[in-house]
Design a protein around this ligand. Structure first.
Ligand SMILES: Cc1cc2nc3c(=O)[nH]c(=O)nc-3n(C[C@H](O)[C@H](O)[C@H](O)COP(=O)(O)O)c2cc1C
Length: 402
């Protein structure tokens, strides 16, 4: 459902709520009609609670966990508390416009879907459901793949980047066949995540003896007694803490980025940047944008929060390329703070995975909608009516190195 259609449906709903029939129902003591359970969660945290109740505890841990002591996981949230909004009054905010521009495309609102592997552990056909939810909400998406047909049909998200970790790009034909497929399907960019070449140390999954291939097969297999079933082939895939890190191919370097840059005209976006130095290199190597991200704090711990890393990356980008960010965004005010610190758009992962877990594509769309509305309200309540009016003066930072 596109944004206009949703607005029309909302108008229809308010018309119905105002109708004499409904007033009669309320007057006669029957109360309001039973509402769609999709509408029960009133914010992102309530989606989290519902998803946790619904999901297998091992899949829950896989989604929720961070690396090692989860210090960065906590800090991705707590850092927001040290950023204070400085509202300004008596500006005209009767018409709040969230639209913005990213790499030549219009975004309806600056909140997008981050890549997340293992979605089938949370909902059947998780990637497709997510793409349908993003399309319904009118949101931009970065996909892990498997939705080529939807993108080709034009029914997917209007702008959609295909993700890669460039795992085997040291073999040139692997890079070429990836590029040909992505171009042919009609993706609008390539998002190269640079922070997960190695399997990280996530202790909840190690304790749970999580098998990464379970998510390809539809979730944690259990017998009638609820015990986890391990197959012989699973033994090699159990997440362990005593495996010396290595990869079968040379891991990607800036030279591979240059190769990819020369191979396609599609925008290349580098996800996982946390320093001004790497942002500068991205500019130098002709990258189209960077995403400041610590992979939802799932890779190396002790990176600090992403919002702390944002200002140095924005400064290094120097307005030459857009800077995006993800990590811990749950409220409209979180998004507003990142925009004030120079981000062009903000990605979410766990929040839409909670929506996906509970309601499939409708849950994804609902989560995006709740965050979109929160952002609009928070903008209006701090005196800004359009994205381009948000600037650094909108926030003050308490005891923080940014
Ligand atoms: C279950 C899960 C799987 C993820 N898989 C990937 C992935 O395959 N590639 C990637 O670049 N990032 C991945 N991420 C990281 C997200 O893209 C994003 O950077 C981060 O989770 C955003 O933070 P948030 O979850 O607090 O919103 C994953 C995150 C989660 C929660």
């Amino acid at each position: 459902m596109n944004v206009d259609r949703r607005a029309a449906l909302r108008n229809l709903a308010s018309f119905f709520l105002a109708s004499p029939l409904l007033s009669e129902q309320v007057r006669s003591g029957q109360g309001l009609p039973k509402q769609d359970p999709l509408l029960d969660p009133i914010n992102i945290w309530e989606f989290k609670k519902l998803a946790r109740e619904k999901l297998d505890p091992i899949s829950w841990d896989y989604m929720d966990e961070g690396g090692k002591d989860e210090v960065s996981l906590r800090e991705n949230r707590t850092a927001f508390d040290r950023i204070i909004i400085r509202p300004r009054w008596l500006t005209d905010i009767h018409n709040i416009d969230l639209s913005t521009e990213l790499l030549g495309h219009k975004l309806n609102f600056p909140i997008y879907i981050c890549p997340a592997g293992g979605k089938n552990c949370f909902y059947p056909d998780g990637e497709l459901e997510t793409a349908k939810g993003a399309a319904a909400a009118g949101a931009h998406m970065i996909t892990n793949g498997g939705i080529d047909e939807l993108v080709k049909s034009g029914q997917g998200p209007k702008t959609c980047w295909h993700y890669t970790i460039g795992g085997d790009f040291s073999r040139e034909n692997a890079m070429l066949s990836f590029v040909e497929r992505v171009e042919e399907a009609g993706y609008t960019g390539i998002c190269w995540t640079v922070d997960n070449m190695l399997v990280s140390h996530r202790e909840r999954s190690i304790k749970n003896k999580f098998v990464r291939t379970w998510c390809n097969e539809g979730g944690v297999p259990r017998n009638a007694e609820g015990e986890v079933i391990f197959k012989e082939a699973d033994v090699d895939n159990i997440w362990r803490s005593d495996v010396y890190p290595s990869r079968p191919f040379a891991t990607p370097t800036w030279d591979n980025l240059r190769q990819l840059r020369d191979m396609t005209d599609l925008p290349i976006i580098i996800k996982g940047v946390l320093t001004g130095e790497d942002t500068e290199l991205c500019v130098r190597y002709g990258m189209s944008a960077v995403v400041v991200s610590n992979h939802g704090a799932r890779q190396i711990d002790h990176t600090g929060s992403t919002i702390e890393a944002l200002p140095e990356c924005v400064q290094a980008a120097g307005g030459k390329i857009p800077v995006l960010i993800d990590g811990g965004f749950r409220r409209g005010t979180d998004v507003l703070k990142a925009l004030a610190l120079g981000a062009t758009a903000v990605g979410i992962a766990r929040p839409y995975l909670w929506g996906l877990t509970c309601f499939g594509s409708r849950g994804v769309a609902r989560v995006l909608e709740l965050m979109r509305v929160e952002l609009a309200l928070d903008m209006g309540m701090s005196g800004v009516a359009k994205i381009s009016d948000i600037n650094r003066k909108l926030v003050r930072i308490r005891n923080l190195s940014i």
